[in-house]
Structures are given as structure tokens and as C-alpha cells.
Design a protein around this ligand. Structure first.
Ligand code: MN
Length: 227
């Protein structure tokens, strides 16, 4: 096939203990999946899960330097457990959902909170608050065979060495299997899809020069410097 310009490179994420890479198809995110974060956002804590997306090329595999984005004066961090899928389909049963998990990673759902809030107030889409360039730093993927399905364990984030978010995976309102199953009632999932599963309380504003260190127990760490 003749393209009028070279197609963009395949976005991929390194895999722990392997020379192989995980090729990314789509990036989905769950909103408000920890009751304490839903409460700090002033939202109902018992709503069913809802989803939004980020472009695959918003990923920053391995973290490192990330440009402070334009058009915001309130950039916030959300540390999240990320699920990497090796299979999928539509209307997946919760009991079958974990069969499609390839592995897990630590991710950051960077958010231009002021743009997101303005969109919420006006009933506009969240895309410009959530899906901007470099808005999704992600650590290496830990294969299921090495880490199993983490149901509990610390999930935390420090800014310049100071603890800001400190939760536990056990606080997730909708568990990984339920998230996959519910999402698959809206869209067919496929190999290469990533799902950011939501963040615990403690989100806060960060500025240029800040060092963000994020971790999920057993799933490694991720460091980002805003430049
Ligand atoms: Mn999030």
C-alpha cells in the first residue's frame, strides 16, 4: 500500500524480564473507581463505572522527562494500576474477564483539572482535560505469570519525596474483572488494549520541575519529572 506519508510508529510498552514489547491498540480509563477519590471530587461514590479514553500516543513508556502541558494552570496527578489485555471481545463475562489479562503496570493519568472541570460544568467532552500529549506515563508491564492478579497492595504517589496519594488496590469500587466486563458491554476489547483502573484520594496540583514517583506494590515504580 502507498501511504502519502510514513505511518506513525507503533506505540509499545517494555515488558519486565523480556526483550519483547507490548504493542498498544487503545487506552481506556475508568473514572472515580476509589470511593475516597470520588468523594474528594464531590461525586456519588456508588455509581457504576464510567469510561473515557486517551490516545495511544499519549503514553510515555518508562516515564522520565514529561513536558508540562499548555493551556492549564492546574495539572494534577492520578496514580493508577494499568491492566494490559492480550485478548478481548464484546460482552465478556466477569468470570472470564481475567483470562484476557496479559499483565499489569503502574500508570499516571495526568489531568488538566481546570479544563476537565470546565468541561464537566458545560457538559462538554473531557478529551482536552485528559487526552493531551504525554498525559499517560506508564511503567514496564509485569506479565501475569510473574505477578498474578494483584487484588490488594499499596498504591501511592510522592511529589518531591512527599507522600500525596496513599491507597490500597483493595479499595477499588469495581474490581479488574468487573471493569473489563463492564467496558466490554460498550466496546469490543482486543489484544493491545490498556485500561487505567482509577486513582485513590490525594490528587494534587503539580508544577514544572516537580518529581513524581508512583508505585503499586508488586508492580514496580514509575518516576516522572515535569520539565
Ligand atoms: Mn484517572
Amino acid at each position: 500500500m502507498d501511504y502519502v506519508f510514513p505511518p506513525p510508529p507503533q506505540v509499545s510498552v517494555p515488558i519486565v524480564g523480556s526483550d519483547g514489547f507490548f504493542p498498544v491498540r487503545r487506552v481506556y480509563c475508568v473514572g472515580r473507581n476509589y470511593a475516597d477519590h470520588a468523594a474528594e471530587m464531590g461525586a456519588d461514590t456508588r455509581e457504576p463505572p464510567f469510561f473515557f479514553g486517551k490516545p495511544a500516543d499519549a503514553l510515555v513508556p518508562g516515564g522520565g522527562d514529561v513536558f508540562y502541558p499548555p493551556a492549564t494552570s492546574n495539572l494534577q496527578h492520578e496514580v493508577e494500576l494499568v491492566v494490559a489485555l492480550i485478548g478481548g471481545g464484546a460482552s465478556i463475562l466477569p468470570a472470564k474477564a481475567l483470562d484476557w489479562v496479559y499483565g499489569y503496570a503502574v500508570g499516571l493519568d495526568l489531568t488538566r483539572r481546570d479544563l476537565q472541570q470546565r468541561a464537566k460544568d458545560k457538559g462538554h467532552p473531557w478529551d482536552m482535560g485528559k487526552g493531551f500529549d504525554q498525559s499517560a506515563p506508564i511503567g514496564a508491564i509485569h506479565p501475569l505469570a510473574a505477578v498474578g492478579h494483584p487484588e490488594r497492595g499499596a498504591i501511592w504517589l510522592k511529589v518531591n519525596g512527599q507522600l500525596r496519594q496513599n491507597g490500597d488496590l483493595g479499595q477499588m469500587s469495581w474490581k479488574v474483572a468487573e471493569v473489563i466486563a463492564n467496558l466490554s458491554t460498550y466496546v469490543a476489547l482486543a489484544p493491545g488494549d490498556l485500561i487505567f483502573t482509577g486513582t485513590p484520594a490525594g490528587v494534587s496540583t503539580v508544577v514544572r520541575g516537580d518529581l513524581l514517583e508512583a508505585a503499586v506494590e508488586g508492580i514496580g515504580e514509575l518516576a516522572v519529572r515535569l520539565v
